[in-house]
Design a protein around this ligand. Structure first.
Ligand SMILES: Nc1ncnc2c1ncn2[C@@H]1O[C@H](COP(=O)(O)OP(=O)(O)OP(=O)(O)O)[C@@H](O)[C@H]1O
Ligand SMILES: [Mg+2]
Length: 267
């Protein structure tokens, strides 16, 4: 019998996405391994959210293809969980924490499904994992930003997916919460999940991620963090914006310094 090798978690093939004819992702092509913590890194407007949305079928693709676990999204939708960028969600929607987390157990096309005992147990467990069980009846609009973020993480956990796409899960959360979320993500990885995280803090990339995708409309790099998260590639990704690159001062000062312009030779 032929041994089944683990399929890639996510493949993008020559993916181009445009808003009003203007490409914001250009010919992106990469393959991401399963069972890893993967960081998506790039400046504001570089197409990170668009890439996640295109993967989830939420924005039209101009050309190219998306494959998840070797299949089109429609075949594996239940195995994929998406945590949107927080500021993209309407928080005034009148719904409480418990209802949001239970939505993680909803099935496509079954909006008014009755939730089973198991669904409720999974939702409760997810709320405990993010330490929000005492807020179950609270309206979502009445939570702090960091608390909302944890509730949306709980919804994703309740879904029991295999691939998680998280758009800036650490935005606006305090250091202790970030550590707690990170521990959770590591335990998910230990359970074989693939977690793709859009991430802005360059300081923590080395520590957090096994694999990094550098994006700036085009793909700059995709590879193990050791190989892809280099000063040279960051310089390309951020177009030499020094204020951003100063965040990675440690990293840059360790290696040869690509930021310093070569002293022009005397004529
Ligand atoms: N619905 C839309 N209509 C038109 N243009 C859009 C739309 N959404 C995003 N864009 C544009 O597409 C580009 C990529 O946006 P995207 O949200 O993917 O960037 P991002 O990398 O997630 O940025 P950030 O770090 O600020 O979240 C930007 O130039 C943005 O202005
Ligand atoms: Mg974004």
């Amino acid at each position: 019998m032929i041994q089944q090798v683990h399929p890639a978690a996510l493949e993008l093939h020559n993916l181009t996405v445009a808003y009003r004819q203007k490409p914001v992702l250009w010919n992106i092509d990469f393959t991401l391994p399963p069972g890893q913590l993967i960081g998506i890194v790039g400046p504001n407007g570089s197409g990170k959210t668009t890439m996640i949305k295109a993967t989830m079928g939420l924005v039209p693709i101009s050309s190219g293809a998306v494959k998840i676990f070797d299949q089109p999204l429609a075949q594996v939708r239940a195995r994929v969980s998406y945590v949107p960028q927080r500021n993209s969600v309407d928080w005034d929607f009148p719904v409480n924490v418990w209802e949001v987390v239970l939505m993680g157990r909803a099935r496509p096309g079954q909006l008014f499904r009755r939730y089973s005992r198991e669904d409720k147990a999974l939702a409760r467990q997810a709320l405990e994992q993010v330490k929000m069980e005492n807020f179950a009846r609270r309206q979502i609009a009445e939570l702090s930003g960091g608390q909302q973020q944890r509730v949306f993480l709980a919804r994703a956990l309740a879904q029991q997916a295999d691939l998680y796409l998280m758009d800036e899960p650490f935005a606006g959360v305090d250091a202790a919460t970030e550590q707690a979320i990170m521990e959770l993500l590591k335990s998910m990885r230990a359970a074989g999940k693939t977690i793709i995280v859009v991430h802005h803090d360059l300081q923590t990339v080395n520590e957090y991620f096994d694999w990094v995708v550098l994006l700036n409309t085009r793909l700059i790099a995709s590879g193990p963090t050791m190989a892809a998260f280099t000063p040279e590639l960051l310089y390309q990704t951020y177009g030499g914006k020094l204020n951003i690159l100063s965040q990675v001062g440690d990293l840059l000062s360790q290696k040869q310094h690509p930021l310093r312009e070569k002293t022009p030779k005397a004529p």
